[in-house]
Write a protein that binds this ligand. Structure first.
Ligand SMILES: [Zn+2]
Length: 64
């Protein structure tokens, strides 16, 4: 739980992380339920690249 400014409530509101969000960078306003992502979008994109390359069909076929 952490306090942040909610654009919908237009006030400082307590935010709590989603139970299914392992990274904990996605928070939901306890006042209106608006979800916000605290991590920069560039960081999320960079973190996705290795996982996407690892499950490429061509790489799987070459390894088998
Ligand atoms: Zn809110």
């Amino acid at each position: 739980m952490r306090e942040m400014h909610c654009a919908t409530c237009q006030a400082e509101m307590p935010f709590e992380s989603l139970p299914y969000d392992e990274d904990g960078d996605e928070l939901v306003c306890t006042g209106c339920g608006t979800a916000v992502v605290t991590a920069p979008i560039t960081v999320r994109l960079l973190m996705r690249q290795p996982a996407g390359a690892g499950i490429a069909p061509q790489q799987r076929r070459a390894a088998a």
